[in-house]
Structures are given as structure tokens and as C-alpha cells.
Design a protein around this ligand. Structure first.
Ligand code: PLP
Length: 402
């Protein structure tokens, strides 16, 4: 049996339907973000699709904390949390995250993906008869966690309160339930009706599980996310976040009651049996979280960049999905065109945007996803929009009406 042929056949399938993934080999340089050296084209490019939304990946306070901890504590944690791998900085960081969200406790994971996978997997599997109500656009890490739990799952239409309520009504009041959803949906840039979902959860005896991965650091007076911005943190059972996007480093966490965190700590296999984050990472993240709790400059800079980008797109009538978040999806609607567009942007104009194609989004809704931040200059924004304007004409893409 030639196994590699089997692998190749499957990969050929991806290539045939345009969903094969090509990675851009970048070299980030401190002080130059959002510029990075692109090895594929051999030059510096401006990055428009980074999740290092606020440039915290190169922030001096973060780098200093990492350097200091590296020199003091060495490279790795040296164990799982249970067996010698709980470092002082892990504990400090968990306390900081709990306080950030106004919760009793927080629990660290090696990534946001793991935090969703382990927490939903553990809660749904261990609570007898638990049913999970899941927004249809939820991230893969939530979907996989729920699948792994083998609990019953009901998918509700995206941000649709009526559909969610109809599904809640079908279930007995004393059945344990989890409503799993996100605040900012990263592909559409829209935001969930968090308060109304919490109202439904109260009425039907459900827990609420909110993924704030694309919101922590960026929304709320201290960067606690959309729930913090709207004064709703106390109404959510679990708030989940990443330390790898706006916080600029790596890792994930949940913030919740002491009992719930202890439950996941004690039963979650993906938490228990994996080496904990290096102490320097915890120290760097701690510096990042603390910085964004008292500094609003990065959030303000991001909002200004987003507003300016949208104004410039309006001026040349390039259609985008308007939304309340920092994410601006520009619709292309065709996988091949989307790739042609990003190839030209890169090779001719030095702007790097990853095309967002199936299966990340449904076919026919292929798009660009623009995430300008406080470090993008007006000159870079002007240059990007002018390149898009040129390519829009060359590729005969539709303009907006107004
Ligand atoms: C990126 C992402 C995650 C995973 O977070 P990582 O820290 O990157 O593993 C979880 N949820 C959503 C909505 C995401 O976009």
C-alpha cells in the first residue's frame, strides 16, 4: 500500500476546489510591525490580516518582561501544572485574568483553541444529560470540543434569538444546558446580542459560554471584551479568551466561578496532561494584560485606523460589510478572483492579505478581511485603498451603490 498516494489524492482534491492552503513565510521585526519581510516575494510587505491587533507582540513592556523572566527562570515550565509545572507567573496571570473579568477564578491553557476544546468538552461530557446550544458560526475549537463531549448539540441560526429560544423551549427546564457563542465573529465582524442571550439563558436555566477571543484587549474600559464594555460580565457563566491575538503572545484561558474552574482543572484531560506555558510567556502576557487595562491609546488608535480605512473605502466605492467591530470584511464572492486579488496586492503593491476562502467561509462569500490597527499609518492605508481601487477596475469587481 502506498500511503503517500492516498495523502496526495486527498490534497489534490483541495487544490481542485481552491481550498488548498498556501502559507506566507514572514519574518517579523521588532519596531517595524505591521511591516514584515515576506520570503516568497523577497521584500518588506505591509500586513493587513494579523491578529496581533494592537501590536502588543512587539510592545517594550511585554518584551522586557519576557527577557527578564527568561533570564531568571529559564526556557520552559518543566512540567504539567500538576507535576512541578505551576510557576509563580501562571498563578499571578490567572489572578489578573479573573480580576479583569470580575470573576472568582481563571484557568490558563496553552492556546485559545485548547481552552474552548477542553472546557466545552469537559463541561458537556461530565454534566449528565447536558445539551449544548451552539451558534452556527462558532469557531472550530468550540465545535470540536462539543463533538468530543458526545453531548447532544442543537445548532441555532447565527445571532438569531428567536431560533435560539425555539430550541431552548424544546428542552425540559431541568436539563443542563450550555449556550455557546462568540462576541465578535471574526469572519463577519458582527457582534452577538449578548444581553438578550443572557436573558434567554436565565429564562430557560442555561449556562452561557462566551468566546471573546476577538474582543479581549480591544473592547471595554480595561480590555475585558464586549461583555465588559456592555457591563454584562457578571451575567456570563464562562468568558473565554486568547492571549495570542490582541495580547500579542500565546495561550488561552477561561474566567468563571471558582467551582467551575476547579471542575475543568480537575477533569479536563487537555488541561491536566500537557506541559504548561513557559514562565516567560506567562510573564509577557501578564505585562500585556496589565498594560491594556490602564492604557486606552492602543484601542483608540485601532478605532481611528478602522474609521479611516472605511472612509477611504467609501470614497472609492469598494463594498465591505459594515459592522460595529474592528474587522472589515471586503466581499469578493469568488475563490479564484479572491486569490488573484491578493496575489496582485502582494506582488505589485506590497500589501499582504490572506484570501479568505471555503471552508473558512461558505462558497460564494469569499472575501478579504482587513484588520488595521494603531500601528498602520495613514500613508499605508492610502496606499492599500489605492491598490484595491486599481485592482477593482482591472478585475471588473462590483462597486457599492451609494
Ligand atoms: C483564533 C480563535 C480561537 C483560538 O485561539 P488561539 O489562541 O489562536 O488558539 C478561538 N476562538 C476563535 C473565535 C478564534 O478566532
Amino acid at each position: 500500500m502506498n500511503y503517500d498516494t492516498l495523502f496526495q489524492n486527498a490534497l489534490d482534491g483541495l487544490r481542485a476546489d481552491g481550498s488548498y492552503r498556501y502559507f506566507a513565510e514572514l519574518e517579523r521585526h521588532v519596531g517595524r510591525f505591521p511591516k514584515a519581510f515576506h520570503h516568497g516575494v523577497g521584500r518588506d510587505v505591509t500586513v493587513w490580516c494579523s491578529n496581533d491587533y494592537l501590536g502588543m507582540g512587539q510592545h517594550p513592556a511585554v518584551l522586557e518582561a519576557i527577557h527578564k523572566s527568561l533570564d531568571e527562570s529559564g526556557a520552559g515550565a518543566g512540567g504539567t501544572r500538576n507535576i512541578s509545572g505551576t510557576n509563580h507567573h501562571h498563578v499571578l496571570l490567572e489572578k489578573e485574568l479573573a480580576s479583569l473579568h470580575g470573576k472568582e477564578s481563571a484557568l490558563l491553557f496553552n492556546s485559545g483553541y485548547l481552552s474552548n476544546w477542553v472546557t466545552l468538552g469537559t463541561l458537556a461530557a461530565r454534566l449528565k444529560g447536558c445539551v449544548v446550544l451552539s451558534d452556527e458560526l462558532n469557531h472550530a475549537s468550540m465545535i470540536e470540543g462539543i463533538r468530543h463531549s458526545r453531548a447532544e448539540k442543537r445548532i441555532f441560526r447565527h445571532n438569531d434569538l428567536e431560533d435560539l429560544e425555539a430550541r431552548l423551549k424544546e428542552l425540559p427546564l431541568d436539563t443542563p444546558k450550555i449556550i455557546a457563542f462568540e462576541s465578535v465573529y471574526s469572519m463577519n465582524g458582527d457582534i452577538a446580542p449578548i444581553e438578550e442571550i443572557c436573558d434567554l439563558a436565565d429564562r430557560y436555566n442555561a449556562m452561557t459560554y462566551l468566546d471573546e477571543v476577538h474582543a479581549v484587549g480591544m473592547y471595554g474600559p480595561q480590555g475585558g471584551g464586549v461583555a465588559q464594555e456592555r457591563g454584562l460580565e457578571h451575567r456570563l457563566t464562562v468568558i473565554e479568551g486568547t492571549l495570542g491575538k490582541a495580547y500579542g503572545v500565546v495561550g488561552g484561558y477561561i474566567a468563571a466561578s471558582a467551582a467551575l474552574c476547579d471542575f475543568v482543572r480537575s477533569f479536563g484531560s487537555g488541561f491536566i496532561f500537557s506541559t504548561s506555558l513557559p514562565p516567560m510567556i506567562a510573564a509577557g502576557v501578564l505585562a500585556s494584560v496589565r498594560h491594556l487595562r490602564h492604557s486606552d491609546a492602543e484601542r483608540k488608535g485601532q478605532r481611528e485606523a478602522v474609521a479611516l480605512l472605511r472612509k477611504k473605502l467609501d470614497e472609492v466605492k469598494i463594498p465591505y460589510m459594515p459592522g460595529q467591530s474592528h474587522i472589515t470584511p471586503v466581499m469578493v464572492g469568488d475563490a479564484t478572483l479572491c486569490r488573484e486579488l491578493t496575489d496582485s496586492l502582494l506582488k505589485r503593491f506590497g500589501h499582504y492579505l490572506q484570501p479568505i476562502n471555503y471552508p473558512t467561509v461558505p462558497r460564494g462569500t469569499e472575501r478579504l478581511r482587513l484588520t488595521p490597527g494603531p500601528l498602520h499609518t495613514e500613508e499605508e492605508l492610502t496606499s492599500l485603498v489605492s491598490a484595491l481601487d486599481t485592482l477593482w477596475t482591472e478585475l471588473k469587481l462590483p462597486r457599492s451603490e451609494a
